[in-house]
Design a protein. Structure first.
Length: 503
């Protein structure tokens, strides 16, 4: 293949930005945050954007442009900055959290599919060959994992098409939220469904679970960190990007700006047409269905704001629920196609090939195809165990989630810790520089580390304060277990390759 053909397959700014946007931005986070905190979620999102997301995204942009020829993503960044053992522990912990994400979402993504088809969640009543409810979702999840893996092994072009479609769907969903909310505001002559009562509305949540609970409110920062998480996953795309020195940082900056503003503005707009007490405060509402209830309410509110009959307003609500279901299905598909290979690509390509047994470490056409199929097998087995294993397996999966809740954000601290070392190494060429001095780099590194560290501390102790000691114990045990496994794997590699050159 000649260079001209290669360049046509490289990611340009728009597909790259959409891939980043799809991987990071979760529309569900807007209605779920409003359900948890009301308008009081906005300051926490702004705080998290200032102290974590934007400075961390700029670090990723500097790392990415400096190591544009490296294929190992975050592993390569940490390896070149500090060392291979540190890099492997951080990357392995980060990767494990995405495996749990895939197990969780592969079954759960059929809820938006159901909303797209039926206008509501009917998944609990689905049957297939004598199987019911969760078992059907498990089978569909396994089929989905196999289809995504097979398609992803065919190359970046196939992945790019799906992620671009997913990114476009999320953009349309947000445009509908913004335009629809403004239309309701005009139709209701400026009256908000959830009134703003001065500063109090942005500091006090209407949710009784959080009222007076300072620890729970501070633990919400972790939820905001999750909402901003994933930008490091696209670090492995630097070598797939056209004119990476300029395009990759631009894509990061554009995405970071749009995502930061989008979350806060979106939460504010939900209050235009949603009264927390009347819509969110009823017992039928939960984190799983909050998005569909909010957006269905938007359709209903559009109808009533402009004088439609009750039946037409209800029909509008169902129509919007279908639109949300379709958009969320496409968005989740886009995220799946990126996350199915990008974290694994960084873990496999960055690390020494001999660290992996057999042919796991081999890559073909820039993709770790053997490892992708092994990953698919592990995820499918876990889905089957959770779907068919009864209450004991469901409890096991809850433990897994607790283990990865903290483990998913701790790698951000690993990457941030590596950043001052990276800045201090003059031998590393840095074509894109935002942090002009070592002092500024050190300052923002500490800001990011303290934000992530304190948020996780509150997240760990909150369940214990509420009497759920098991979640607290497993939240601490998860990162320790993942770190010990990574340490042992790397130590075993070093023993077998004494005197060898570490990659």
């Amino acid at each position: 293949m000649d260079s001209g053909e290669k360049s046509t397959k490289k990611l340009t700014l728009v597909p790259l930005t959409l891939m980043i946007f799809t991987s990071v931005y979760g529309f569900n986070n807007i209605p779920r945050s409003f359900y948890k905190m009301g308008y009081a979620a906005i300051p926490w999102y702004i705080f998290s954007a200032i102290t974590f997301f934007v400075p961390f995204a700029l670090m990723v942009a500097e790392f990415g442009s400096a190591f544009k020829e490296e294929k190992g993503g975050i592993y390569s960044w940490m390896n070149r900055s500090i060392g291979p053992r540190f890099a492997f522990i951080g990357t392995f912990m980060w990767y494990c959290s995405y495996v749990t994400w895939m197990v969780n979402v592969a079954s759960g993504m059929w809820i938006p599919v159901s909303n797209a088809i039926f206008g509501k969640d009917t998944t609990q009543s689905w049957t297939l060959f004598g199987l019911q409810g969760p078992q059907v979702l498990g089978v569909l999840g396994i089929i989905w994992i196999l289809v995504v893996t097979y398609t992803s092994t065919k190359g970046i072009e196939k992945i790019k098409k799906v992620t671009s479609l997913g990114g476009s769907a999320v953009l349309l969903l947000n445009v509908f939220l913004w335009v629809g909310a403004i239309a309701v505001l005009v139709g209701n002559k400026g009256q908000l469904a959830q009134p703003i009562e001065g500063v109090k509305s942005f500091t006090q949540t209407p949710n009784p679970k959080y009222v007076g609970n300072i620890i729970a409110s501070l633990a919400f920062v972790v939820y905001a960190l999750f909402a901003y998480g994933g930008i490091e996953a696209v670090g492995g795309l630097v070598d797939e990007t056209e004119d990476a020195e300029r395009t990759f940082p631009k894509g990061i900056l554009i995405s970071a700006t749009v995502i930061s503003v989008g979350y806060s503005l979106g939460i504010l707009l939900v209050g235009v047409f949603t009264n927390w007490g009347a819509v969110m405060g009823i017992k039928e509402v939960n984190l799983g269905n909050a998005s569909y209830i909010v957006m269905s309410n938007l359709g209903y509110s559009l109808g009533t704001a402009f004088g439609a009959s009750e039946s037409i307003a209800m029909a509008l609500g169902r129509g919007v629920a279908r639109f949300v279901g379709l958009s969320m299905s496409l968005a989740l598909s886009g995220a799946f196609f990126t996350l199915m290979y990008s974290p694994l690509k960084q873990l496999i390509e960055g690390t020494p090939t001999k660290l992996w047994p057999g042919k796991i470490g081999e890559t073909r056409d820039g993709l770790p195809i053997n490892a992708m199929w092994i990953q698919a097998a592990i995820v499918c087995i876990m889905i089957a165990l959770v779907s068919f294993g009864g209450s004991s397996m469901a409890a096991f999966f809850n433990i897994l989630i607790s283990m990865t809740n903290v483990a998913m954000t701790l790698p951000y601290m690993f990457i941030a810790i590596a950043f001052p070392y990276f800045k201090n190494k003059e031998e590393i060429k840095k074509p894109f520089v935002i942090y002009k001095t070592q002092g500024i780099a050190n300052f923002w590194t500490w800001v990011v580390i303290l934000t992530v560290g304190l948020a996780n501390l509150f997240c760990i102790i909150q369940p214990a304060i509420e009497g759920d000691m098991q979640t607290t114990i497993w939240s601490i045990a998860g990162p320790i277990i993942f770190s010990v496994v990574a340490w042992l794997m790397y130590s075993n590699y070093e023993k077998k390759n004494k005197g060898g050159i570490l990659k």
